[in-house]
Design a protein around this ligand. Structure first.
Ligand SMILES: *[C@@H]1O[C@H](CO)[C@@H](O)[C@H](O)[C@H]1NC(C)=O
Ligand SMILES: *[C@@H]1O[C@H](CO)[C@@H](O)[C@H](O)[C@H]1NC(C)=O
Ligand SMILES: *[C@@H]1O[C@H](CO)[C@@H](O)[C@H](O)[C@H]1NC(C)=O
Ligand SMILES: *[C@@H]1O[C@H](CO)[C@@H](O)[C@H](O)[C@H]1NC(C)=O
Ligand SMILES: *[C@@H]1O[C@H](CO)[C@@H](O)[C@H](O)[C@H]1NC(C)=O
Length: 547
């Protein structure tokens, strides 16, 4: 039809243009939809958006009775696990430039944290971080929430402290009996885990051997550029932290220097010494040139006149970025968790700061052993999560948080990025309810219905499913498969009433990141085609659960 009349030709062209523009519009809409669903935060905690849905079920609630606290299963030490970090292979095509994590530099942490929530605080001192007698420290750790004096001088050996009162001995005994948990060892070991070398307990906290019922361990992962969060976090947590540091190649030395710097050179260093245990890991193809034995790691001190090794380091400067490696977030999460000495663990992201006093109040709640704690179903205890704007302090208690929410200084976490990944059942009611003296369970929810993609952060135990080590931070959805497993295993989510996490100040907005978008697509494929079918075999299926 080469010789169409002119009119016809114009008509066809217009028609064609019209179709094109419709197609373009559809494409744009789809693209926007994709971005919205995939979230786009640039921190460790950003949610994913992989949606693979089955049927839905109404959210169940109701409090009823049943037997005792769940017995903890012994931790599989999962050493030579096959969990190779398949991402690096599956996602090998990743060639985009490693741009754009935020510079996690920032000046030294805010100096004074005045613990206004100090209801749980015992005054006085008991815990000497440099105490020669670890036994003395051990008994003290059950306390918590005493007010932290971050104003401590550098050479202050008197940390804010824990004191064993008659009360706490009783608490200690009740929790010990109720949990009847397994002890973990605190050895320094060099292990292999899939494609990674792991230096477990490479730098240990001075708390010494810790009994499994005596505290809660905050477990997390980082590269050294995130270590500016450690002191502000410890000022509020005041209890053990187990942290897995990804330190491949040339990142190893600044990582070790950062640890020394935090133990020796910053206000709050006594908290770091007392509570922070560091594990270091790297891919077998990215071994540092030299790795000191654990007992020699701290032999040469860091010159405290020099700036913090993590100060003003852009993430593009990292070995990981130069070699275009993916951040093996779940390898780090699992290493930190497996090494935790306590029965209860709060697996979190280092930029999320809990409200002070939580550990003690939580253990007191456990000791009360109310009806809901005697239910049969497995459970975890999620915390509500918020972000505050850049210039705002981090609220210390729920009353202060509510004030911030009213004035718009605080918002629910990822409200602007991926609301459904972090939407918490009954969150409106939670925010409206006044603070109370004790810590209790506010509501028992399930990861179904509107919350089917929820990526909760919670206090759990070693018995909970691990995180899938094939997923990377860049690929997003890194906690989705674990959430799905919890749902299939019929976990109950016992949402705590006066416990919350606040992200390091600064509200997240959507950022475009082409490399992450591409990797997220591949991750979704990996989950859909490989991991999801595996989970169906390993854990079975349950109506209402979805990844
Ligand atoms: C800290 O709290 C104490 C007692 O509640 C109060 O007297 C003091 O002024 C507070 N300090 C700051 C810096 O807020
Ligand atoms: C250590 O503390 C004492 C008393 O608080 C102070 O006089 C001294 O200058 C401090 N030393 C250093 C190195 O900060
Ligand atoms: C520590 O660093 C400062 C500043 O660079 C330098 O002046 C000083 O000589 C160093 N001290 C030692 C013991 O190396
Ligand atoms: C941080 O690094 C950038 C680039 O490396 C430099 O321009 C800037 O002055 C540094 N900021 C501080 C506070 O040192
Ligand atoms: C919550 O606290 C506010 C301020 O203290 C008080 O006015 C209000 O009555 C309380 N609400 C309830 C339901 O107790």
């Amino acid at each position: 039809m080469r010789f169409e009349p002119l009119g016809q030709k114009m008509f066809t062209r217009r028609n064609w243009l019209l179709r094109c523009s419709i197609l373009i519009n559809v494409a744009v809409l789809l693209y926007i939809g994709c971005i919205l669903m995939n979230g786009g935060g640039n921190n460790f905690t950003s949610g994913g958006g992989f949606m693979l849905q089955e049927q839905q079920q109404p959210v169940s609630s109701s409090l009823q009775a049943s037997p005792l606290l769940p017995q903890q299963q012994p931790t599989a030490k999962n050493v030579n696990s096959e969990a190779a970090f398949a991402d690096e292979k599956v996602l090998a095509a990743a060639t985009g430039n490693a741009n754009a994590e935020p510079v996690a530099a920032a000046a030294p942490p805010p100096a004074v944290v005045n613990d206004s929530g100090g209801a749980g605080g015992g005054a006085g001192s008991g815990l000497q971080p440099n105490s020669a007698d670890p036994g003395q420290v051990v008994g003290n750790i059950v306390a918590g929430g005493s007010s932290s004096s971050a104003a401590a001088e550098l050479n202050n050996t008197q940390p804010d402290s824990y004191i064993v009162t008659g009360d706490e001995k009783e608490l200690d005994e009740r929790v010990r009996t109720l949990l009847n948990c397994f002890e973990h060892d605190y050895n320094q070991q060099t292990l292999q885990r899939g494609d990674f070398w792991v230096l477990q307990n490479y730098v240990r906290a001075d708390h010494g051997e810790l009994k499994c019922h005596e505290s809660i361990t905050y477990t997390t992962h980082a590269d050294y550029t995130f270590l500016d969060n450690l002191v502000p976090l410890l000022e509020r947590w005041n209890a053990p932290i187990s942290i897995a540091m990804h330190a491949p190649g040339t990142d190893f030395q600044p990582t070790l220097d950062s640890i020394k710097y935090l133990r020796d050179c910053v206000p709050g260093n006594q908290l770091v010494r007392a509570f922070a245990t560091f594990h270091v890991y790297f891919g077998t193809k990215h071994i540092p040139k030299s790795v000191p034995k654990a007992q020699d790691a701290l032999k040469t001190g860091y010159n405290c006149s020099l700036p913090a090794p993590y100060f003003n380091v852009s993430s593009g400067h990292l070995y990981k970025a130069q070699k275009k490696l993916l951040y093996p977030v779940n390898v780090g999460r699992n290493i930190a968790r497996d090494a935790a000495l306590t029965h209860f663990i709060l697996a979190s992201d280092i930029e999320l700061y809990p409200n002070p006093g939580l550990v003690k109040k939580f253990l007191e709640m456990i000791a009360r052993n109310e009806q809901y704690l005697r239910r049969k179903a497995p459970r975890v205890f999620p915390l509500s999560i918020f972000e505050v704007d850049e210039n705002s302090p981090v609220p210390h208690d729920k009353t202060e948080l509510q004030e911030f929410l009213r004035t718009g200084k605080a918002i629910p976490f990822h409200k602007r990025v991926c609301a459904s990944c972090h939407g918490v059942p009954k969150s409106k009611e939670w925010m409206a309810a006044n603070e109370t003296d004790e810590l209790s369970v506010f509501h028992i929810g399930k990861r179904t219905g509107y919350y089917v993609h929820w990526e909760p952060i919670y206090i759990g135990t070693h018995a909970d499913p691990h995180y899938d080590e094939r997923l990377s931070w860049e690929g997003k959805s890194d906690k989705m498969t674990q959430g799905y497993s919890l749902c299939v295993l019929d976990y109950e989510f016992h949402i705590l009433d006066n416990a919350f996490l606040v992200h390091k100040p600064g509200i997240k907005v959507l950022k475009k990141d082409n490399r992450r978008a591409m990797l997220a697509g591949k991750t979704n494929q990996l989950i859909r085609k490989i991991i999801y079918p595996e989970l169906k075999i390993m854990y079975g299926m349950r109506k209402g659960c979805a990844i």
